[in-house]
Design a protein around this ligand. Sequence first.
Ligand code: UTP
Length: 477
Amino acid sequence: MPAPAELVDRLARYGQEHVVRFWDELGELDRANLKREIDAIDWGQIDRLIDAFVRRADRVEFEMDFERIRPPRVERLPRTDAERSTRRIACEIGAAALSAGKVAVVLVAGGQGTRLGYDGPKGCYPIGAVSNASLFQIHAEKIAAVSRKFGKCVPLYMMTSPDNTNATEEFWRRNRYFGLEHVRIFEQGRLPAVDRESGKVLLADKGRIALSPSGHGGTLAALAAAGSDGRPSPLDEMARLGIDTIFYFQVDNPMVKIADPSFIGPHLQANAEASFKVIEKIQPDEKLGVVVEYDGGLRVIEYSDLPARLGEEREPDGSLRHWAGSIAVHLFERSFLERLAAASIELPFHRAVKKVQYIDEKGTLIVPDAPNAIKFESFIFDTLPLAERSVLVETDRSVEFEPLKNATGPDSPATVRARMTELFAGWLEGAGARVERSADGSIPFDIEISPLFALSASELKSKIEPGLVVNEPLYLK
Ligand code: UTP
């Protein structure tokens, strides 16, 4: 049976009718599934993206005069007593918002984690150096500890994508939501990958389009969309719960200070709509987007888009001129996201050239050994120029940033565990314990502290015996 004429016509309008090429070989279920995938795609939008990023090869993706970028104003790490006291006051304002139950957290976990190559959602990865606790567990324990500390539930909204929703839900169910009071999983959309030469949508197999999640910028639309089960959108639900401020973070950084009052404070003091945490970039080639000022507003430029000459520019003291690296920890006012959603603001798309398996016109599976496809993704940091007021708050990378991206090398399980062991050793030493280090200062065993035991160095102080000696793996929980 040939594909329904309506379907063929719809696809043919955009030169994509090959998507139903194998229709008569498919069974009922596969046909229904393929139709659902086709219906879920905005083909006009895909065609515009293909036009911009594939057909017009001369198009400059990044239309920006880089000569006009300037370093932005940042709340630097406090260095003087006066600055420390200012941060403390700000921190109290953040704490008051938490005690009033006005803060929710959004954890984005819809990515494919291809670089890590783990069989399952990245959040299930057992990263705890001693306990093997998953990334999800560590995040959940932090949320539980923050809720306990401020006496108010901090609701968790977690974004997944159709590729990992079921596995993520099952994991959280099996772990009884780690005891959290309010967890809602919401799903982002997907977009097709296209052949980088022809712009033809790729087929993963005869009845499936090669779809991938649309980037963490998809958070915006997903937060504003009503649940498929008839529930109000996450943003509407937050409004009903009295949530004003949303703390956004990504699944791969177990060091993130979730709902950190010393970040929420400056954001609220400035009446900001969107605020970003930044760290000082030390090397120009570090894979961090930089926040810059451009024409009076703020922007994040991906490390790969910043011309090398500007990325390497240094101040007289040797520090990088464009130093403010974004660690993907943000605060958004709910009203800001609602405003963007109501105006149907679409974040700009970026192109990613990737290896994507597909079937050719004969139905043979092709496993490319070089990037063959273009994926379209939008990024949450492109909300920054849309905010009327923003604050950039500097933090120290050694205490707050070590993402799990790769299976080996930088940003891998080994570096994450070592960085966390170092952090916890510092907390213990600050609390009067002695950690037996090797001659070169490294720690030859792992240390882990559950967020439920202590969320910070100062919390740990009252909880350990003076004179404690640590000379073997330790897990405090
Ligand atoms: P990355 O950009 O590191 O992508 O995502 P990834 O999918 O985790 O890993 P690779 O690139 O395939 O190796 C940063 C964060 O954004 C989330 C990820 O789950 C991670 O928390 N993300 C990414 C989404 O939620 N949706 C997306 O479409 C992409």
